[in-house]
Design a protein around this ligand. Structure first.
Ligand SMILES: C[S@@+](CC[C@H](N)C(=O)[O-])C[C@H]1O[C@@H](n2cnc3c(N)ncnc32)[C@H](O)[C@@H]1O
Length: 167
Protein backbone atom coordinates (compact mmCIF):
# COMPACT_ATOMS: atom_id res chain seq x y z
CA UNK A 1 0.00 0.00 0.00
CA UNK A 2 1.28 3.47 -0.74
CA UNK A 3 1.20 6.60 1.36
CA UNK A 4 -2.15 7.85 0.04
CA UNK A 5 -3.75 4.52 0.82
CA UNK A 6 -2.57 4.62 4.44
CA UNK A 7 -3.67 8.25 4.74
CA UNK A 8 -7.12 7.19 3.58
CA UNK A 9 -7.50 4.28 6.00
CA UNK A 10 -5.73 5.78 9.03
CA UNK A 11 -8.82 6.10 11.21
CA UNK A 12 -10.10 2.68 10.26
CA UNK A 13 -6.65 1.17 10.85
CA UNK A 14 -6.47 2.78 14.25
CA UNK A 15 -9.79 1.32 15.29
CA UNK A 16 -8.76 -2.16 14.14
CA UNK A 17 -5.11 -2.49 15.11
CA UNK A 18 -5.57 -2.22 18.84
CA UNK A 19 -3.95 -5.11 20.67
CA UNK A 20 -0.62 -6.90 20.44
CA UNK A 21 -0.95 -10.60 19.70
CA UNK A 22 0.69 -12.95 22.21
CA UNK A 23 3.41 -13.69 19.64
CA UNK A 24 4.09 -9.99 19.05
CA UNK A 25 4.37 -9.35 22.78
CA UNK A 26 6.79 -12.27 23.17
CA UNK A 27 8.98 -10.95 20.37
CA UNK A 28 8.92 -7.39 21.70
CA UNK A 29 9.82 -8.61 25.17
CA UNK A 30 12.81 -10.48 23.74
CA UNK A 31 13.98 -7.52 21.72
CA UNK A 32 13.61 -5.21 24.72
CA UNK A 33 15.14 -7.63 27.19
CA UNK A 34 18.24 -5.49 27.80
CA UNK A 35 16.75 -2.08 27.08
CA UNK A 36 16.71 -0.14 30.35
CA UNK A 37 13.95 2.29 31.27
CA UNK A 38 14.60 5.58 29.51
CA UNK A 39 16.34 3.96 26.53
CA UNK A 40 15.54 5.03 22.97
CA UNK A 41 13.71 2.68 20.63
CA UNK A 42 13.27 3.26 16.90
CA UNK A 43 9.96 2.15 15.36
CA UNK A 44 10.14 2.21 11.54
CA UNK A 45 6.75 2.24 9.87
CA UNK A 46 5.19 2.96 13.24
CA UNK A 47 1.65 3.54 11.99
CA UNK A 48 -0.64 5.11 14.57
CA UNK A 49 1.53 4.16 17.55
CA UNK A 50 -0.90 1.51 18.66
CA UNK A 51 -0.24 -1.08 19.85
CA UNK A 52 3.56 -1.14 19.49
CA UNK A 53 4.68 2.36 20.55
CA UNK A 54 2.03 2.30 23.25
CA UNK A 55 3.60 -0.87 24.63
CA UNK A 56 7.10 0.61 24.44
CA UNK A 57 5.99 3.67 26.40
CA UNK A 58 4.31 1.46 28.99
CA UNK A 59 7.80 0.02 29.53
CA UNK A 60 9.17 3.53 30.14
CA UNK A 61 11.06 3.63 26.84
CA UNK A 62 11.38 6.66 24.55
CA UNK A 63 10.04 6.10 21.06
CA UNK A 64 11.18 7.61 17.79
CA UNK A 65 8.49 6.63 15.31
CA UNK A 66 8.96 7.05 11.56
CA UNK A 67 6.21 6.76 8.99
CA UNK A 68 5.44 8.03 5.51
CA UNK A 69 1.74 8.61 6.22
CA UNK A 70 0.87 11.98 7.74
CA UNK A 71 -2.56 10.73 8.80
CA UNK A 72 -1.21 7.64 10.58
CA UNK A 73 1.46 9.75 12.27
CA UNK A 74 -1.05 12.39 13.35
CA UNK A 75 -2.96 9.75 15.33
CA UNK A 76 0.31 8.62 16.91
CA UNK A 77 1.10 12.23 17.90
CA UNK A 78 -2.28 12.66 19.54
CA UNK A 79 -2.00 9.34 21.34
CA UNK A 80 1.58 9.74 22.59
CA UNK A 81 2.45 13.45 22.39
CA UNK A 82 5.67 13.12 24.38
CA UNK A 83 7.33 10.79 21.89
CA UNK A 84 9.22 11.78 18.72
CA UNK A 85 7.32 11.33 15.46
CA UNK A 86 9.04 11.79 12.12
CA UNK A 87 7.24 12.02 8.79
CA UNK A 88 9.58 10.30 6.36
CA UNK A 89 9.86 7.40 3.99
CA UNK A 90 12.09 4.63 5.28
CA UNK A 91 14.04 4.92 2.03
CA UNK A 92 15.17 8.45 2.89
CA UNK A 93 15.32 8.23 6.68
CA UNK A 94 18.73 8.82 8.28
CA UNK A 95 18.71 7.83 11.95
CA UNK A 96 20.39 10.16 14.42
CA UNK A 97 21.75 8.94 17.73
CA UNK A 98 21.67 5.38 19.02
CA UNK A 99 18.82 3.00 19.77
CA UNK A 100 18.69 0.18 22.28
CA UNK A 101 16.21 -1.59 20.03
CA UNK A 102 14.72 -1.21 16.56
CA UNK A 103 11.29 -2.40 15.47
CA UNK A 104 10.42 -2.74 11.78
CA UNK A 105 7.02 -4.34 11.99
CA UNK A 106 4.98 -5.01 8.86
CA UNK A 107 6.45 -2.08 6.95
CA UNK A 108 9.57 -3.29 5.12
CA UNK A 109 7.56 -5.54 2.83
CA UNK A 110 5.93 -2.50 1.27
CA UNK A 111 9.31 -1.46 -0.13
CA UNK A 112 11.07 -3.01 -3.13
CA UNK A 113 13.58 -5.63 -2.08
CA UNK A 114 16.53 -3.95 -3.71
CA UNK A 115 16.10 -1.01 -1.30
CA UNK A 116 16.14 -3.12 1.88
CA UNK A 117 19.92 -3.35 2.13
CA UNK A 118 20.47 0.41 2.20
CA UNK A 119 17.66 0.95 4.72
CA UNK A 120 18.93 -1.75 7.06
CA UNK A 121 22.55 -0.62 6.75
CA UNK A 122 21.57 2.89 7.91
CA UNK A 123 19.58 1.43 10.78
CA UNK A 124 22.48 -0.83 11.73
CA UNK A 125 24.72 2.19 12.08
CA UNK A 126 22.44 3.48 14.85
CA UNK A 127 22.52 0.20 16.78
CA UNK A 128 25.29 -0.04 19.38
CA UNK A 129 26.55 -3.40 20.54
CA UNK A 130 23.74 -5.20 22.36
CA UNK A 131 20.99 -3.42 20.48
CA UNK A 132 18.41 -5.76 18.95
CA UNK A 133 16.15 -5.54 15.94
CA UNK A 134 12.76 -7.16 15.32
CA UNK A 135 11.43 -7.12 11.79
CA UNK A 136 8.94 -8.83 9.60
CA UNK A 137 9.85 -9.46 5.98
CA UNK A 138 6.64 -10.99 4.61
CA UNK A 139 6.42 -14.08 2.49
CA UNK A 140 9.00 -15.15 -0.12
CA UNK A 141 9.00 -13.30 -3.38
CA UNK A 142 7.61 -16.16 -5.40
CA UNK A 143 5.36 -16.06 -8.41
CA UNK A 144 1.85 -15.03 -7.42
CA UNK A 145 3.03 -13.81 -4.05
CA UNK A 146 0.46 -11.30 -2.81
CA UNK A 147 3.27 -9.00 -1.69
CA UNK A 148 5.86 -8.74 -4.45
CA UNK A 149 8.23 -6.58 -2.40
CA UNK A 150 8.70 -9.17 0.32
CA UNK A 151 12.08 -10.64 1.04
CA UNK A 152 12.82 -14.04 2.43
CA UNK A 153 14.21 -14.16 5.93
CA UNK A 154 17.45 -15.67 4.63
CA UNK A 155 17.98 -12.81 2.18
CA UNK A 156 17.38 -10.31 4.96
CA UNK A 157 19.88 -12.04 7.23
CA UNK A 158 22.44 -11.71 4.46
CA UNK A 159 21.73 -7.98 4.26
CA UNK A 160 22.33 -7.34 7.95
CA UNK A 161 26.04 -7.01 8.71
CA UNK A 162 25.59 -8.45 12.18
CA UNK A 163 22.27 -10.20 12.35
CA UNK A 164 20.35 -9.85 15.55
CA UNK A 165 17.13 -11.40 14.37
CA UNK A 166 14.49 -13.02 16.50
CA UNK A 167 12.16 -15.27 14.52
C1 LIG B 1 0.87 -2.55 7.96
S1 LIG B 1 1.18 -0.97 8.69
C2 LIG B 1 2.05 -1.46 10.18
C3 LIG B 1 2.03 -0.38 11.23
C4 LIG B 1 2.70 -0.76 12.55
N1 LIG B 1 4.09 -1.11 12.37
C5 LIG B 1 1.96 -1.88 13.20
O1 LIG B 1 2.52 -2.99 13.33
O2 LIG B 1 0.81 -1.67 13.61
C6 LIG B 1 2.50 -0.38 7.65
C7 LIG B 1 2.98 1.01 8.00
O3 LIG B 1 4.18 1.23 7.29
C8 LIG B 1 4.13 2.51 6.70
N2 LIG B 1 4.96 2.48 5.48
C9 LIG B 1 4.77 1.72 4.38
N3 LIG B 1 5.72 1.96 3.48
C10 LIG B 1 6.53 2.91 4.03
C11 LIG B 1 7.68 3.60 3.57
N4 LIG B 1 8.20 3.35 2.36
N5 LIG B 1 8.25 4.51 4.39
C12 LIG B 1 7.72 4.77 5.63
N6 LIG B 1 6.62 4.15 6.10
C13 LIG B 1 6.04 3.23 5.32
C14 LIG B 1 2.67 2.76 6.39
O4 LIG B 1 2.38 4.14 6.22
C15 LIG B 1 2.01 2.12 7.59
O5 LIG B 1 1.83 3.02 8.64
Amino acid sequence: MNRDSYDAIAQQWDETRVLLSDAEKRILDLVLEHAPAGANVLDLGCGTGRPIAEYLVSRKLHVTGVDQSAAMLQLARIRLPDQRWILSSLESFEPEGEFAAVIVWDSLFHIPRDEHAAILARVRSAMPLGSRIALTVGVPNIRRSPIPCSATLSSTIRILPTPRLLC
